[in-house]
Ligand binder design. Sequence first.
Ligand SMILES: [Zn+2]
Length: 258
Amino acid sequence: MGKRWLGLLAAGLLAVGALVVPAAPAMAAPTFKVPFPCGQSWSGQTRTGHSPAYAVDFNRTDDLGDPVVASASGTVDIVRDLGGTSYGKYVRINHGGGYTTYYAHLTGFNVSVGQTVGYGKVIGWVGSTGGSTGPHLHYEQRLNGADIKVRFNGALAYYWGTKTYTSDNGCASSTGSGTVNTNGTALTVRSGPGTGYTAVGTVADGARVTIYCQTSGTSVTGTYGTSTIWDRIGSGRYIADAYVYTGYDGYIPGVPRC
Ligand SMILES: [Zn+2]
């Protein structure tokens, strides 16, 4: 986790009785990655007159049926077939914070509504359904419903024209690291990703930890807000991510799911 002020804001609201509901704070954008498997290179085209304007159309040779993967972790909230018009078969993933991504003209689906996905998860296959004249992936990033300029690993896509993008989505992962922040008390280490698992030790406030993988477990409210993410810091050793400063609000890019 990375946003201490979320927790402080929540505490502040409780103190004043939450009589006024403030505007939702802006969340950091997810680290979106190229929506194809690790190592693949795809030609991404942007053009004026595209609808919506900032969408990217991806192609490569013989791409019909090639797998399309989730740009970032999130929850699939639309899996729909619009028939011979518009997006045709498309998937939308909700990444939280108002961010969504769209994957259109698919030839088939590999996910269902409500499913949680992470980097590298195949969500469907490149097709030419809907208002498409040939196989390609139509890809969008949106914030609060509005089309936004696409970014991969934080870098703006090329507007306007065609550029080759090489995917590092779901590539062989690495470990992450973080710093425990409990405001003084030691943090309990559990044998699994939840408060119901056996306590197997503690880590001191301020300790630096190596994170081998992350997974979803019981929800914990800590220094950095409320999160269901748990960090595996050793064999059979898990700590709640809500107490760990990792620099990221959600899963750490590149660190695998346990
Ligand atoms: Zn398009």
